[in-house]
Design a protein around this ligand. Structure first.
Ligand code: SF4
Length: 426
């Protein structure tokens, strides 16, 4: 039976406004059934499809998969001259590949139900345009049913739809979903407490997380765990709400690891915004090296990055308008409530490691905002969120244990806090 959808983000709206970005930014994987069905729609008879296969294989030959082909400039083969989907126009939305229908929703399996997140790379999601998500429950229910079928067909060897019932918290304890949710509920409460700026709220969350790294939870379960987390959150408020926070430049370790994650987040190897660096292995290596060194101009890891130097990105930030902070608050509430930052939705990261990655997106977004300020503060943050969220949980380079170790080092040295304060300074 399909898991029900629960906990839809109440602050978030979305509807597709047909900007066409997702049709030119990604490869669209298809199942064998989708391939057969779309081939049967008769596209190959039309003059504009002569001599071009509709689908192309990808991946190693022993795990061969198929995706929709693209035309010159990495545009989906089914896009028409107005940037609209031909399959949608001729046969309706149900006829499209499931991956296109689901985007930008992310269905996050949380024990016995799904939570819903969004990919903020979609401009309608960042701009909060469209109907409230709470009004889209029926569509989401249908997507949940389609998702399980699609997942089974894409990964026939996997135990389709099965989700581990125990999850790693950090470096030793394994908790069940109800217990993990107690942590995220407490962090959602902190994120909602508007009496402090968002930066301070994130520092409070990290204060709680730091203590949890050290704690042992084998005897603190259920209601005791809830009380323990509330006590920690109260202590974080007392410690961090009023006292001035010194802004100290992150150490060289923090700066290098930060730029390593920036490189992963900015690197784009597919679609029309594919970086020039990715077209040639040597150029790509040079670009990654320049990222790590942090000197000179930003390397061309994707098209549309600001043409500025690393030194420009270290300058203090001008005061950002309230709308920019509201977008950031909405972004983090959606990610935190949906749990799209660890576990099955995020390469099976342990909870606290995934939380560190989520926290690190704040200095990354504020760093990138500096490059887009000529658009105005709110638009600059909007663009930075779109770019940084694009690879959040989707870059294959986040899969390695090296990146988890890097996040652990940032946590242990409290570099993430320094990075947040450093890049939020005005
Ligand atoms: S990026 Fe978003 S708004 Fe644009 S076409 Fe895709 S789903 Fe629609």
């Amino acid at each position: 039976m399909t898991r029900p959808i629960r906990h839809l983000p109440v602050l978030q709206n979305w509807d597709c406004h047909q900007c066409g970005n997702c049709c030119t930014d990604y490869w669209v994987p298809v199942t064998p059934e989708e391939r057969r069905r779309i081939e049967a729609q008769g596209w190959s008879q039309l003059p504009e499809f002569q001599g071009i296969p509709l689908f192309v294989p990808y991946g190693p030959f022993w795990r061969r998969k198929w995706r929709v082909n693209q035309r010159e400039g990495d545009r989906c083969i089914f896009l028409d001259e107005h940037g609209l989907c031909r399959i949608h126009a001729k046969f309706g939305p149900e006829a499209k590949p499931f991956a296109c229908r689901l985007y930008p929703y992310v269905l996050v399996p949380v024990g016995d139900h799904y939570r819903v997140s969004l990919r903020f790379a979609c401009p309608s999601a960042t701009a909060n345009k469209g109907r409230p998500l709470t009004a889209q429950r029926d569509e989401l229910k249908e997507y949940a049913q389609g998702f399980e079928r699609w997942h089974r067909e894409m990964n026939p060897q996997a135990h389709a739809g099965s989700v581990d019932q125990l999850l790693p918290l950090g470096q030793g304890d394994w908790l069940d979903w109800d217990e993990i949710v107690l942590f995220s509920d407490e962090f959602v409460r902190i994120l909602r407490s508007r009496e402090w700026p968002l930066v301070r709220r994130w520092l409070q969350i990290l204060y709680v997380a730091r203590t949890c790294w050290e704690a042992r939870f084998d005897k603190v379960r259920g209601s005791r765990l809830r009380e323990f987390l509330q006590l920690l959150a109260d202590a974080a408020r007392l410690e961090l709400s009023e006292r001035p926070m010194p802004v100290i430049r992150p150490s060289w370790v923090g700066r290098i690891l930060f730029r390593n994650f920036l490189a992963i987040s900015l690197r784009k190897d597919q679609g029309v915004r594919r970086g020039d660096a990715s077209r040639n292995r040597l150029r790509l290596m040079a670009a990654m090296w320049r990222m790590l060194r942090g000197r000179g101009k930003l390397p061309p890891l994707q098209k549309g990055l600001p043409e500025v130097t690393f030194a420009d990105m270290e300058k203090p930030l001008p005061e950002l308008p309230a709308a920019a902070w509201e977008l950031l608050e909405r972004y983090y509430l959606v990610k935190m409530q949906s749990l799209q930052f660890f576990g099955p939705a995020f390469m099976n990261y342990p909870f606290l490691i995934g939380l560190e990655m989520l926290a690190l997106t704040l200095p990354m977004i504020l760093w990138l905002t500096r490059g887009y300020l000529d658009r105005g503060g709110a638009a600059a943050v909007e663009k930075a969120v779109q770019v940084i969220d694009e690879n959040f949980g989707y870059s294959p380079f986040l899969e390695s244990s090296r990146q988890r170790l890097a996040l652990r080092i940032l946590a242990m040295r409290q570099e993430t806090e320094r990075l947040i304060l450093w890049y939020a300074r005005s």
